[in-house]
Write a protein that binds this ligand. Sequence first.
Ligand SMILES: *Cc1c(COP(=O)(O)O)cnc(C)c1O
Length: 397
Amino acid sequence: MTSPEKRNWKPQTAMVHSGTLRSGFAETSEAIYLTQGYVYETAEAAEARFKGEEPGFIYSRYANPTVDMFEKRMCALEGAEDARATSSGMAAVAAALLCSARAGDHVIAARALFGSCRWVVETLMPKYGIETTLVDGTKNEEWEKAVRPNTRLFFLESPTNPTLEVIDIAFVARLANSIGAKLIVDNVFATPLQQKPLDLGAHIVVYSATKHIDGQGRCLGGIILSDKEWIDKNLHDYFRHTGPSLSPFNAWTLLKGLETLPIRVRQQTESAAKIADFLAEQPGIARVIYPGRADHPQADVIKKQMTGGSTLICFDLKGGKRAAFDFENALRVVLISNNLGDAKSLITHPATTTHKNVSEEARAELGIGPGTLRISVGLEDVDDLLEDINAALKAAR
Ligand SMILES: *Cc1c(COP(=O)(O)O)cnc(C)c1O
């Protein structure tokens, strides 16, 4: 197998070529190596591969050529030394968290987290003797105040789901470094194109590749990226022996997603900015939160750490739940779904779906009200989206 030499490519080029392992058939498109195992020419070759003296694949729970291509292409995009692809975003988050802490350690996380991430931090980790504290991640002093002598790990997501709060990643990374702790960033909402947590000082980045990286709503996947030393020391054995591995077929789907990721995210962000500006001027709307707008509560932090707005918009209808439901039901192009990052525009009412299990008090803390809606902007023509949204706003009045 041959792979192209490492070059200083811009993201759009790297996403088409980086990491490609071309077989002897010299195929243009990446091959799907749908195999569990690998064979050896001789018993000596098998022995050498198991000893690590000869490179090569052993078993697809450990590594697989198609999965390898996906990991290498993601490393090129993220600027990371190494990565492990996983079967879902949650497999990536759970592995990154559990492999970074042990009984007796203390973890500080932002309270605005994707629901399942919050469950891992709040419910699963304490079961194994790991103490956790949740803070308002937008307030730097809250991170500082929560530090204890046994704090070993920080975890955050920025922008957050669904209210698109932004956390100062460089600040939390400096705090982590000052006490010899690690920072994990869930970078799903920003995508690897609009925010580079490793450059901001974070140690580990995780993605649900299910979202923008697939980008067309087909398969689940995830990835953990970090330096080679952390992966070798903390993740390597866990990964081999617990098996959160990504299927080669899904890795191929995600590789194909990466080819178009830069143009999709650019287009979706451009449309989202127009829709956010349109929404902000409508009388039935109480507030619009969009990281590309000057009136975003953390606009100064966004300027420092993000290179683009977002493909998501959060807004509140003045008429509460009834108005929000009427609005959703009147949409003809935008679809009702709890997913995001798809080619199809999707709308979510967090209070009754993704955040249904969060107490009303916690929802209020997170800024999720009965009239709060989240739109994930897709690849449709923005004029059709604006017309759809405008008609739905009239229906919700
Ligand atoms: C979707 C999502 C996850 C979980 O990913 P799955 O692929 O659904 O397991 C984790 N974090 C964030 C921010 C997400 O949006």
